[in-house]
Design a protein around this ligand. Structure first.
Ligand SMILES: NC(=O)c1ccc[n+]([C@@H]2O[C@H](COP(=O)([O-])OP(=O)(O)OC[C@H]3O[C@@H](n4cnc5c(N)ncnc54)[C@H](OP(=O)(O)O)[C@@H]3O)[C@@H](O)[C@H]2O)c1
Length: 281
């Protein structure tokens, strides 16, 4: 009997694309996340062949049940803070269980190139430091591994812009540029990697184009029908300087096809449709 593939964070932005991709490839999937899921929700990645397990990788709770018997594990649970501890807890459980033969980790472009020398660096861009520590936990685990680094997802830029639109003036980090990539394309790549042999650090995946951050948040506001002034904010520290120098970009790996403009058109179209449906009810 084939054992399910464990996907941590299978209910998140990436996970929601990843889980159906694995199911379409004929795999059973076990999802670990903190929030309980029941029933079948459209577009939620729920489907026959998907088992949901509640556990907390930060607190180290419920992980043993999720990893029991798992041979292939995709670690896609993440958050703004604490990814090093999540990876360490997962690795610890996997080592004790002893069944894993391939651990796949999704990291971020710039994890290795962004320096962390001061509390300012950690306070501003500590996420990148955490992802690097997560990478080291995976590569030092003794379990055969694959690490894929991605640039920021379209949804991340959109979420940042949404937050900014709650303010009278939208903030943007001076000199920062992004190369947004579609989470579904990253998910497709992870499915391919999970079905293959452990490959170590594989070439990164980045979106098709690079944009100044100010252009991205401005275009998001405009596309969603808002008028906002964008305020440039200087972020101090060496980590921010590295990002201004493009540490978070993967110029030679602009393999993603779906553009920011296409993402915006689809998102705004879906929002309009939702509003029309709500109005008709
Ligand atoms: N977003 C980007 O631009 C980007 C770029 C490169 C790499 N990545 C990496 O891709 C991965 C997925 O990102 P995403 O944007 O899809 O994140 P997301 O939408 O925030 O989803 C995070 C997922 O992880 C789960 N999770 C969070 N904390 C957890 C914990 N302590 N224990 C168990 N599950 C937990 C969440 O479910 P619950 O909240 O229910 O626990 C959810 O399923 C992350 O590792 C991230 O670092 C993201």
């Amino acid at each position: 009997m084939e054992l399910p593939i464990l996907v941590t964070g299978g209910t998140g932005t990436l996970g929601k694309a990843l889980v159906p991709g694995l199911v379409a490839a004929g795999k059973d999937v076990r999802v670990l996340s903190r929030t309980a899921r029941t029933g079948v929700a459209e577009g939620d990645g729920n489907s026959p062949g998907v088992e949901y397990i509640v556990g907390d990788l930060s607190a180290g709770q419920g992980i043993d049940a999720a990893v029991a018997g798992a041979e292939i594990v995709i670690h896609a649970a993440g958050s703004a803070k604490g990814d090093a501890a999540k990876a360490a807890h997962l690795v610890d459980s996997l080592q004790r269980a002893g069944s894993a033969r391939h651990l796949i980790y999704i990291s971020v472009v710039g994890a290795e190139e962004t320096p962390f020398e001061s509390c300012i660096d950690r306070a501003t861009l500590g996420y990148f430091d955490e992802k690097r520590k997560g990478e080291l936990a995976v590569s030092g685990s003794g379990i055969p591994w694959t690490i894929l680094r991605a640039t920021q997802f379209h949804d991340f830029i959109a979420a940042f812009a949404e937050l900014g639109m709650k303010l009278p003036i939208m903030p943007s980090f001076s000199g920062f540029r992004y190369q947004p990539v579609d989470a579904r394309e990253v998910a497709d790549k992870l499915v391919e990697l999970a079905l293959g042999e452990p490959a170590g650090l594989v070439p990164a995946i980045g979106g098709p184009s690079i944009y100044p951050m100010a252009d991205l948040v401005r275009s998001y506001a405009k596309a969603t029908g808002h008028r906002r002034i964008v305020l440039p904010m200087h972020i101090p520290g060496k980590a921010a300087k590295a990002q201004r120098n493009g540490a978070n970009l993967a110029r030679d790996r602009a393999v993603g096809q779906r553009t920011w403009e296409e993402y915006l058109a689809e998102k705004v179209g879906a929002q309009k449709l939702g509003a029309e449906r709500a109005g008709a009810d």
